[in-house]
Design a protein around this ligand. Structure first.
Ligand code: NAI
Length: 302
């Protein structure tokens, strides 16, 4: 079995001062990548800042013979995002891999959620992905090579109580990816989304102790590292994972039902009468872009 290596490759991992990001950074460095360890070093709710989170991981990588530099910027501003990328360019000359992993939580039931809870979560997860990915993609385009990972969550893909802000920000990664995979594909840049699951400080107390012990963050690493490898040509995929389980998940469309003839009115009663068929996902499938899904309406168009 050939080993996956990253010799000569430069990776940025955001939020790599702990949890999942630290595991991604350590494994990439072990496999030869030069790594920018970005972390603001704040609390789970995004408050505060400290250099020690990123520094500790950089020390760990160097102690085991790897190459890494720290960056302490917040991903949630354009200036921060540009500086994260500039750190990679200054230290190592380029960016081949970007893992957008930084994240915070501000859980509240929806009717109690404040504007600040909403804005802060959007700022780190959604705007943060934009702020780092845009400058990184410009460098990748110049080198005609890039692997970008976005981090979603089953909280957004399927739903989770108390996380309206987080679920919305996480599902938005999928929309972001779907456009980037099309726009950046011609520059040999591949974009994928992962929905990890792990016992980290972010999920402390969520899982019973016995279960948490089986959910080490390291079990999310293999998928991310494979997607970042040169041999992977995957793009536009969403992968869910937990404890060594890996599965593609996705946005699909069912076959649907064609009603009318594109001239006469279509009524709500006709929709009501066919709603079970309209909801049916037996032959559901994903589509490569927005236009292709309308091929399902072809019988109406002649
Ligand atoms: P974590 O709290 O251990 O790690 C997140 C890191 O991001 C922290 O080190 C934090 O300092 C850093 N960070 C926060 N805001 C930042 C900012 N503005 N700029 C730079 N760094 C910032 O949490 P964990 O579990 O490792 O989460 C990593 C990613 O995985 C997050 O995006 C999270 O939403 C996502 N995720 C985690 C799941 C889990 O079960 N742990 C489930 C689904 C998604």
């Amino acid at each position: 079995m050939s080993e996956i290596r990253f010799d000569g490759r430069v990776a940025i991992v955001t939020g790599a001062g702990g949890g999942l990001g630290r595991e991604y950074a350590l494994d990439l460095a072990k496999r030869g990548a030069k790594v920018v360890v970005n972390d603001l070093g704040g609390a789970v709710d995004g408050s505060g800042a400290s250099r020690s989170a990123a520094d500790t991981v950089v020390d760990e990588i160097r102690a085991s013979g790897g190459e890494a530099v720290a960056n302490y910027d917040s991903v949630s501003t354009m200036a921060g995002g540009k500086n994260v990328v500039q750190t990679a360019v200054d230290a190592f000359g380029k960016v081949d891999i970007l893992i957008n992993n930084a994240g915070i939580l501000r859980d509240k039931s929806f009717l109690k959620m404040t504007e600040e809870d909403w804005d802060q979560v959007m700022a780190v997860h959604l705007k943060g992905a934009f702020c780092v990915t845009q400058p990184a993609a410009a460098v990748m385009k110049a080198n005609n090579y890039g692997k970008i990972i976005l981090t979603a969550s089953t909280s957004g893909i399927y739903g989770n109580f108390g996380q309206a802000n987080y679920g919305a920000a996480k599902m938005a990664q999928v929309g972001f990816m779907n456009v980037l995979k099309l726009e950046l594909g011609k520059y040999n840049i591949r974009v994928n989304t992962v929905a990890p699951n792990a016992d980290s400080r972010m999920t402390k107390g969520v899982f019973p102790e016995q279960l948490a012990q089986k959910m080490h963050p390291k079990f999310n690493v293999p998928m991310v590292v494979y997607l970042c490898s040169e041999e992977s040509q995957e793009t536009g995929m969403i992968f869910a994972m937990s404890s060594g389980w890996f599965a593609r998940t996705g946005v699909v469309s069912g076959e649907g039902v064609c009603i009318g003839d594109t001239v006469r009115d279509v009524t709500a009663e006709e929709v009501r009468d066919q709603i079970e068929k309209i909801k049916n996902l037996d032959k559901a499938r994903p589509f490569p872009n927005a236009m292709e899904v309308y091929s399902l309406s072809a019988p109406l168009l002649g």
